[in-house]
Design a protein. Structure first.
Length: 180
């Protein structure tokens, strides 16, 4: 780890950058995002990304401030894009059940959507990708091609994901499905 944090001529230690720029990055993100908690989370992501990329940072090409603010701007855009997707999905789910729906039912549906998102986020990355690609209508052969595996392996990833998601959502097991 000391190699990652090694000081080279003209390049400050990462800890110094963090201490100097965290308040400014947080303040910038606070103006970009709706909630202070989101700004804190994204600021942490910014410095995690910066830490990973720090060995490639060359102070002769750009200032640390410009480099960190570029990472912060991109992280802010990523966060906002994900929030818009989530909001659209929740709105579409609410609209699918009509405006006449009882608020209790809408609240239950939103809670169910939240549980689904949480359960999906806990899946291994390859299972999440297989599930997403398959739910976008791709055949298993194409899912396998995109994941760099066989059609049979893509089916296995997809069905393992479903096996984990069913109990998390309170859906009964399929007939003949074994308990994992």
């Amino acid at each position: 780890m000391s190699a990652v944090l090694a000081v080279t001529p003209g390049r400050p230690r990462f800890e110094e950058l963090y201490l100097e720029f965290f308040p400014r990055i947080y303040a910038f993100l606070r103006t970009q995002l709706r909630h202070s908690i989101d700004a804190e989370d994204v600021a942490a992501q910014v410095f995690a990304r910066a830490f990973e990329a720090y060995p490639r940072f060359r102070p002769c090409c750009k200032s640390p401030a410009a480099w960190l603010f570029k990472i912060a701007r991109n992280a802010s855009f990523d966060h906002q894009r994900l929030a818009r997707r989530r909001d659209r999905a929740e709105l579409a789910a609410a609209e699918a059940h009509g405006a006449d729906s009882d608020p209790f039912t809408v609240a239950e549906q939103r809670a169910s959507c939240h549980r689904l998102r949480l359960a999906v986020s806990c899946l291994p990355r390859r299972q999440r990708v297989a599930l997403a690609l398959r739910n976008h209508g791709l055949p298993f052969r194409e899912v396998g091609n995109r994941l760099g595996c066989s059609e049979a392996a893509a089916k296995m990833l997809y069905h393992r994901a479903l096996r984990v998601l069913r109990p998390a959502l309170g859906v009964p097991r399929e007939p003949g499905e074994q308990i994992a």
